[in-house]
Design a binder for this molecule. Sequence first.
Ligand code: NAD
Ligand SMILES: O=C(O)C1=N[C@H](C(=O)O)CCC1
Length: 233
Amino acid sequence: MKIGLFGYGKMGKMIEQIAQDRGHTIVAKIDDPSQEADYTSMDVAIDFSTPEAAFDNITNCFRNKVPVISGTTGWLDNYSEAIKICEDNKSAFIYASNFSLGVNIFFELNKHLATMMAELEQYKVSMEEIHHTQKLDAPSGTAITLAEGIIENSPYKKWELDKSGDKIIPIKSIREGTVPGTHSIAYDSPVDRIEIKHEAHNREGFALGAVIASEWIQEKVGIFSMKDVLNLS
Ligand SMILES: NC(=O)c1ccc[n+]([C@@H]2O[C@H](COP(=O)([O-])OP(=O)(O)OC[C@H]3O[C@@H](n4cnc5c(N)ncnc54)[C@H](O)[C@@H]3O)[C@@H](O)[C@H]2O)c1
Ligand SMILES: O=C(O)C1=N[C@H](C(=O)O)CCC1
């Protein structure tokens, strides 16, 4: 495949390495808005840019019939508009807050645990995410996906940063050193704590998942998710 990278930072460089190891060619490395993209050279675009840049990067690809894999977080207020532009242009799109196999398994584990805990009012849930100090958004996109999984499978109604309350999931965001990404969910009662945790050791899992998703989306039209790619029940 010929891959266009939108965002050539920590993730873009890791994706380049893994894509080339898998025999693909990087035909563009767009790292700021002043750069022109040659969409005709791309079989797929992989966007790991910034919350401010993602929507324009993604939708310009759709208008040029380039399917998109986006991992950029912090832009989801515009997600519905993005998928409409994708559908109007008969293109293809996968957004994932986290592309790693481990976190996508963790997403399913989280939903199963939330279902088991839903009626046990003596337990109160809380979440924590830890990332490197260069991260622009908080809470992480992964934490938001986890919180949404709890809300869909329990009486909880919303999440808040650093704020608890009735039917509210409090999320604590910690920025520390070069941490790639650690997420934990805890259920505390007066007598005990149940906790699940995912810890990324590096960015390889995120990048490999994104490249596998870009291979999967070839020749497809529509809006998909990593559950489709990984065939997770
Ligand atoms: N979904 C996942 O699995 C996953 C994993 C890791 C990171 N992320 C997300 O990916 C994004 C990037 O993470 P990172 O660690 O690579 O950040 P980074 O800051 O290292 O890289 C972002 C790059 O985007 C560039 N950029 C700025 N404006 C741009 C524009 N208009 N067009 C193209 N590029 C532009 C910056 O110059 C920078 O090099 C973040 O939103 C992060 O949350 C997602
Ligand atoms: O390094 C980051 O930034 C990460 N962002 C994603 C998120 O916001 O969940 C995935 C984990 C790493």
